[in-house]
Design a protein around this ligand. Structure first.
Ligand SMILES: [Zn+2]
Length: 335
């Protein structure tokens, strides 16, 4: 009779190859806008270490790739392991290619592959608003919430949705195109052919358009005088006038806020987020826009008394969200 053999001695833990990602990593994030490109170098925690920017070449993919590669070269350092690029349109989640961007003169370009060749590092591409949502999720106003919706109100409108700690991409990468969610059926015509899409009815462009219209209708009003003084941005003039208590300006921001609340409630009813975050340049309008948005949202959220509250927060990041988020996407996907 043999005694049971003793258990084998524990084998030494195999030594893992030293991963470069165990060292403090940095990444470059690039936000390609319709008029300018911004690049940042950030830590894995999203702290910005360097910045550069240039105008957006809109004519060809090669020119755009050259501009992005030039910015990456200006900000990258030795610890940079990956590059993330947010693009202003529909990005194929599988290939990283740009399918379509309304502000660029080309489409269907394999930008992910072209950029990786140009910069010599792994490159992650995604929609710019998805990147901004990732920044807010990882290190911004949505930190700690695995389900969130971000809407950026800029010249246009962008949206990113995080579900269970992952960006919602849909079948192709084209999910969360909230810009064409109709919030005002008799509203202004959108380039997509429909009327009252959120992106034209209630974005920064809408604030500017309504400001110019109000100024034309009442040229002697304080708002008209502010816009006439040569302000290149009628939206900024509306915000400035609202801060001074101008009735017309407050009405414009209230209207845009109310329509924004309609869109936010639709998204919250669809995705059941823990928080809804509003970002982008229009947030500088502050409470005159956000308060009506919150009120409109609360009126339209389904069964508000029978669910936990869904706070409407303002974003941590103003102009950096897309670039910081793109960098963090690159860090997270390279791990
Ligand atoms: Zn549309």
């Amino acid at each position: 009779m043999t005694s049971p053999s003793p258990p084998p001695p524990p084998s030494p833990r195999p030594s893992l190859p030293l991963s470069p990602f165990l060292a403090p990593v940095e990444a470059v994030g690039v936000d390609v806008g319709a008029t300018k490109i911004a690049a940042v170098r950030v830590t894995a925690d999203g702290a910005v270490l360097a910045r550069a920017r240039c105008a957006t070449p809109r004519r060809t993919a090669d020119e755009l790739v050259g501009a992005v590669a030039g910015l990456v070269a200006r900000v990258r350092g030795e610890r940079v392991t990956a590059v993330g690029v947010g693009l202003p349109g529909m990005v194929d989640a599988g290939t990283g290619a740009l399918a379509f961007a309304p502000g660029l003169e080309f489409a269907r370009a394999p930008l992910g592959a072209l950029l990786a060749d140009a910069v010599g590092l792994p490159v992650v591409t995604d929609n710019d608003a998805n990147a901004a949502a990732w920044a807010e999720y990882r290190v911004g106003a949505g930190r700690g919430h695995d389900h969130l919706v971000l809407v950026t109100l800029g010249t246009g409108l962008g949206c990113g949705v995080v579900v269970a700690g992952r960006l919602l991409h849909g079948s192709h990468g084209f999910a969360a195109e909230a810009s064409h969610l109709i919030v005002e059926p008799q509203g202004p015509l959108c380039e997509c052919g429909n009327r009252g899409c959120w992106g034209v009815a209630a974005s920064g462009a809408a604030v500017a358009r309504l400001g110019r219209r109000a100024a034309a209708a009442d040229p002697e009003s304080p708002l008209a005088r502010l816009i006439d003084r040569g302000s290149p941005d009628a939206g900024a003039a509306v915000t400035e006038a609202a801060r001074a208590g101008d009735r017309q300006a407050l009405e414009i921001l209230g209207r845009v806020g109310t329509l924004t609340g309609i869109g936010l409630a639709a998204l919250a009813n669809l995705f059941d987020p823990a928080v809804v975050i509003v970002g982008g340049g229009a947030v500088t309008a502050g409470e005159p826009l956000i308060a009506p948005a919150r009120a409109s949202f609360a009126r339209r959220l389904y069964a508000p008394d029978d669910r936990p509250p869904v706070p409407v927060l303002t974003a941590r990041f103003a102009n950096d969200a897309g670039a910081v988020g793109a960098a963090l996407l690159a860090v997270d996907r390279s791990r």
